[in-house]
Design a protein around this ligand. Structure first.
Ligand code: SF4
Ligand code: SF4
Length: 276
């Protein structure tokens, strides 16, 4: 069996499992990043966060992604988005577990990573970084580019995709990295963040942009007490993603119009029940 056929089998397995996004990044991309990356990094991923620092036998990182549904995110912060987020997270972990077992059974030992690598927001408040970044893995697998909101933007769903990763010991051909910056630099995420956690880029193409991760995590902690975390605002208002066409949400003024539109009424209704 050659490398390509393993890749095709994984893609087929993802189709069977209902996974719309899958990407492949050879582990060398962490030590020798492709030239075509869409964002310029002023500080590259430290070696302790590379795949081989976590699973020394890994040859390829397989990244899978599941979308969050825009009309549900629009109710955020709410119990509705809170529950949706939990469901997507459980599905991600389950599907990644199945893919890693599928590969291991074929003779290619593989392990999956949890979609989140922290126990509680209090941990993030002390140290707002996890042991592996799926966003960066998706980036290195050519699945998108970073937005000013520090989230990976995809063509199909903008920032409304959750990712996780599988480390496999078999070499698999990596996907192309196109170098296309999907962010429109519209600054909507900057201006609409309720705690000013996202700082204006002022035209800088350097990445990561300065961000108040503690401020964002503090808001998340407050929302968690009310059963309405995560915040989701910079996710819902981002104009990127074909899901806006699918859900007929090209008009972004619905997010700033407070004059009792049918959408505002629906969101207000959801927010009134089931959480504090
Ligand atoms: S809201 Fe605008 S600036 Fe922020 S990530 Fe999306 S496109 Fe980029
Ligand atoms: S999740 Fe909320 S608090 Fe955090 S950066 Fe986005 S808008 Fe700001």
């Amino acid at each position: 069996m050659n490398d390509k056929s393993i890749k095709e089998k994984v893609i087929d397995k993802c189709k069977e499992l209902g996974i719309p996004f899958v990407g492949f990044a050879p582990v060398e991309r962490w030590s020798k990043p492709p030239k075509e990356l869409p964002n310029n990094f002023n500080e590259w991923i430290p070696e302790e966060f590379w795949p081989n620092s976590i699973y020394p036998d890994a040859k390829t990182v397989i990244v899978i992604g599941l979308p969050v549904q825009l009309p549900i995110v629009e109710t955020a912060p709410s119990i509705y988005y809170h529950e949706h987020y939990k469901t997507v997270n459980i599905l991600l972990d389950t599907k990644a577990y199945e893919i890693s077992n599928f590969l291991t059974e074929m003779g290619y030992p593989s392990i999956y990573l949890p979609r989140d690598g922290y126990g509680d927001i209090d941990i993030l408040l002390k140290n707002p970084i996890t042991f592996f970044s799926h966003k960066h893995a998706a980036f290195l697998a050519g699945m998108g580019s970073f937005g000013e909101n520090n989230v990976l933007l995809t063509k199909e769903y903008g920032p409304r995709v959750r990712f996780t990763s599988i480390f496999t010991t078999t070499p698999i051909e990596g996907d192309n990295v196109t170098g296309v910056d999907l962010c429109k630099h519209c600054q909507r995420c900057v201006s609409q963040c309720p705690v000013n956690a996202i700082h204006e880029s002022k035209g800088s193409k350097e990445f990561p942009l300065p961000m108040d991760k503690i401020g964002c995590a503090t808001r998340s902690k407050e929302l968690r007490k009310k059963y309405t975390s995560p915040c989701g605002i910079c996710i819902k208002i981002c104009p990127i993603g074909n899901d806006r066409n699918k859900f007929n949400r090209k008009d972004l003024s619905i997010y700033s119009d407070k004059n009792g539109t049918k959408y505002n009424k629906a969101w207000d209704h959801v927010k009134k029940y089931g959480s504090n």
